[in-house]
Design a protein around this ligand. Structure first.
Ligand code: ADP
Length: 484
């Protein structure tokens, strides 16, 4: 698939440090999840190069922060334009290494680029405050200043957007960044970095350290232990988030963490069922169920349970699975064998505990898994407690509103949640009662660049996107001026 790139020079396989492409001494293989074919051998860097990248970022910081917000905005805007001008090639790289259908990949390029556009605009609006003085001899001010060198560790499920959602606000705020992209999807990250250079982002302001999984762990330790790195932004599993938080304690590092979810999707008796079915399909099966906001547990009230399951299952049955470059495919492969095994484990466990497979349920060849619906799901099943991160929709039955709220909140996670109702009182009650950072009401897709994305409980710390997303990369400084 990569032979079809319109601009073959976007296929970068070396890392980027201080504006130089660095080959390193070793390589690791990047493969196509749809067939296991080798796509590229990418530079496998380690602790030494991580230190070099941190030093390069630190050296580039003073000049970057000294630029006006408007100057940084112009450079970011050029990066946005280049990302969009190369949407097709970036989408191609993404489908090849990540597996999502090509149309969805191009959609992610637009979504990922939108953070660069948004934060380019926000770069001009880093306002401070003046406060009333307590005597006329003083003046009081609040400045907002860039936090310093930032590190970003990103996952494979959104190879571009999880990078731009962190890097764009950091750069806009005046911070340099070192990115450690997921080892499964470094090609999209490197192409985006090449476009950043073309846009005029100065050497050292944006660095990309590629590494395999073992070296990623070592690099994570370097980031956490560094006094120069002032902030780490991580998107990935709760387990790794905990490790990074523990490792960051000695340096009291600022952290933004976007971790796992276990999203409930509730359909009340008074819902518009066709709309709920559409929303459930979009929320559950996007990216083959591999997003942290995918519906993980469907709760449907008893009065509409059978009709919902019937309509939902009919739509799921019609979904075409295959290589993301094939026409009409809406679900690609899962990212790796372990992901397929997890879905299989959840299906088997559900069936053993009385679940009824209505559609799918089977592993297909390679890393493909049938889109699956299991009815009569119960709270003792693994899929009720763990994030499946795959194309399995367990459908639970409930009687009362309170029962649905309690079940939805019965998890250590608190990222996205969804519910369908036409009753305005219920919309307020349930919207307020759900312990989640985000609530979709009569809608299955909620993310966009100008809203605060993030979770409560063990789903993370901080928010990405919106004007709140800038705050993560800014420090507040209070100036008290006397002798006026
Ligand atoms: P996922 O479950 O989405 O694969 P992970 O949390 O395993 O998420 O990985 C997300 C990112 O975190 C990847 O870039 C990966 O290389 C990195 N990573 C995994 N383990 C560690 C670790 N112990 N320290 C630092 N980074 C890590």
């Amino acid at each position: 698939p990569l032979a079809l790139l319109k601009d073959p020079s976007l296929l970068k396989t070396d890392a980027l440090i201080a504006g130089q492409w660095v080959a390193g001494d070793a390589r690791f293989e990047v493969t196509d999840p749809s067939n296991g074919a080798r796509l590229a051998d990418v530079a496998n860097l380690g602790e030494l190069e991580a230190e070099q990248a941190i030093a390069a970022a630190n050296a580039a910081w003073p000049a970057w922060r000294a630029k006006s917000g408007k100057e940084r905005a112009a450079i970011l805007r050029r990066w946005y334009d280049l990302l969009m001008a190369n949407q097709e090639d970036l989408g191609r790289l993404m489908t090849a290494e990540q597996g999502k259908p090509f149309a969805e990949a191009k959609g992610e390029v637009a979504y990922g680029a939108s953070f660069v556009e948004w934060f380019a605009e926000e770069a001009k609006r880093v306002n401070g405050e003046t406060l009333p003085q307590w005597d006329n001899n003083r003046r009081l001010m609040v400045l907002r200043q860039p936090v310093g060198v930032c590190a970003a560790i990103t996952p494979w499920n959104f190879p571009l957007a999880m990078i731009t959602r962190k890097v764009a606000p950091a750069l806009a705020a005046g911070c340099p960044v070192v990115i450690k992209p997921a080892e499964l999807t470094p090609l999209t990250a490197l192409a985006a970095a090449e476009l950043a250079l073309r846009a005029g982002i100065p050497a050292g302001v944006l660095n990309v350290i590629t590494a395999d999984s073992a070296n990623s762990i070592a690099i994570g330790k370097v980031f956490c232990a560094s006094d120069v790195v002032r902030h780490i932004s991580f998107t990935g599993s709760t387990e790794v988030g905990r490790i990074l938080m523990a490792q960051s304690a000695p340096t009291i590092k600022k952290l933004s963490l976007e971790l796992g979810g276990n999203a409930p999707f509730i359909v009340f008796d008074d819902a518009d069922i066709d709309s709920a079915v559409e929303g459930a399909i979009a929320s559950k099966y996007r990216n083959a169920g591999q997003t942290c906001v995918c519906a993980n547990r469907l709760y449907v009230q008893e009065g509409v349970y059978d009709v919902f399951v019937e309509k939902f299952a009919a739509k799921v049955q019609a979904m075409k699975v295959g290589n993301g470059f094939e026409d009409g495919v809406v679900q690609g492969p899962l990212i790796e064998d372990a992901a397929v095994e997890k879905v299989e484990r959840h299906v088997k466990d559900a069936v053993a505990k009385g679940g009824r497979v209505v559609v799918g349920g089977q592993k297909l060849k390679g890393q493909f898994f049938q889109p699956t619906v299991i009815a009569d799901a119960t709270g003792d099943m693994l899929c009720a407690r763990e994030e499946t991160f795959g194309p399995l929709a367990p459908v639970f039955r409930f009687k009362t509103e309170q029962e649905a709220i309690d079940a939805a909140n019965n998890t250590e996670f608190g990222l996205a949640s969804y519910f369908y109702s036409r009753d305005i009182g219920r919309i307020y009650r349930v919207g307020e009662a759900l312990e989640y950072g985000m609530v979709g009401i009569n809608v299955g897709i909620i993310a966009t660049e100008h809203v605060p994305f993030g979770g409560v409980k063990q789903s993370g710390l901080g928010r990405e996107g919106s004007h709140h997303g800038m705050d993560e990369y800014l420090e507040i400084k209070y100036l008290c001026i006397g002798d006026i």
